[in-house]
Design a protein around this ligand. Sequence first.
Ligand SMILES: Nc1nc2c(c(=O)[nH]1)N[C@H]1C(S)=C(S)[C@@H](COP(=O)(O)O)O[C@H]1N2
Ligand SMILES: [Mo]
Length: 429
Amino acid sequence: MRERVKQLARNPPGPFRSDFWRSPLRGPWLTAVLGLVLLVAIPIIVVTGFLSNDIYYPRLGGNSVGRPLGPLDFYLFSFPTHPSWLYAATQGLHVTLGLAAFPVLIAKLWSVIPKLFEWPAVRSPMHAIERLSLALLVGGALFEFATGILNIQYAYVFPFFFTTAHLYGAWVFTGAFVFHVLFRFGTMRRALAARGGLAPLRQGVAQTRAEPRDTEASDLIPVSPTAATMSRRALLGTVGVGSLFLLLQGLGDTVGGPLRSLSLFGPRSLRSGGPVGFPINRTAEVAAITSEKVGAAWRLRLRAGGQTVSLSRAQLLRMPQHVHDLPIACVEGWSTTQRWSGVRIMDLARLVGVEGPFQVATQSIASNGVFDTATLSSPQTSDERTLLALRVNGADLSLDHGFPARVIGPGIPGVHCTKWARTMTFATV
Ligand SMILES: Nc1nc2c(c(=O)[nH]1)N[C@H]1C(S)=C(S)[C@@H](COP(=O)(O)O)O[C@H]1N2
Ligand SMILES: [Mo]
């Protein structure tokens, strides 16, 4: 038995053998180039991701839809409502750049795969710490990318609440990422310098050889390389084309308009645009909104303290109407700017005696979804452009877009723009 263990230690199985990985492309230079690209992209994805949590105001009212709030569910500051497209831009950047970085991440993992099979698995306490941090880094990255991509495809195959899991995963990943950059930045810089920066890009497949084992991190270089079947520039070019494609199709979803047709991976209903020509998230049919629920008997109920006021749609239409071009910006990265008209939410607050800063929770007629209630913060409600919209682009709201009335406002996440409003509960702050 002991003999067998000793033999295994000397001669480990398959991928754990140092001569198992043979691509001559692998080496510190390739890993450093891919690392440099990620070093630019990932901080942007991380910062815009944490901003997304900030603007969501998870601690307000029912915004966290019953999920347990932890100390990491912070918000640091009130997200500005100027410019109105700020959230559309930060969230579009988060999702689009995240998607575009995915091929680079896969290529980087490919380039370091022999390290995942290091033998012996743990050599010293320091080595154990390094390997644990790499496990958190790789595991965290794969978890964040996987949950993010599944979320924008509405594929809720995981048994946990997306925003909680994605936020907590982000903390783990970010910690491991910072550690990794501090640990490896010098190695990356020297690996690039040792080969003259981007000079290896000039080599065709015939000149492509394994890197000489004269640098640190030479454990990435195969000990018995095969002949190259593609050049490093072909490999990086392929990854780059994949990333560029994802970047363009994501831009289509964020910028919208004629660019929307680029959005090849967006969920179908978003691409076709629906009856009034702009994306619909959850349709009236899915939300079980029937025409009798929104017919002549519909009333908007306003509540504050002990006071309640009921208004018909005709009464709402007789109040001063205001028109603003405002985006719906979904957490999934798509957005669309339309011309909304309706009554100011602050005017509604006055009707129930609310003066000064206030929050408002809007409850929809539908009650079968987690997005049927949302609370707006006082910076959001004190912006004059925050409306209870009755019309869009000069026509009555369509049933799918929230008829008889819906919330819309500048820099407010789409998920808080409650459609099919029924009750608005005001609270001064
Ligand atoms: N009542 C209700 N309001 C809702 C939703 C919902 O499911 N139910 N979806 C929200 C989400 S996630 C978004 S992005 C926007 C989309 O608005 P639209 O369908 O008019 O484009 O509506 C929001 N308002
Ligand atoms: Mo959304």
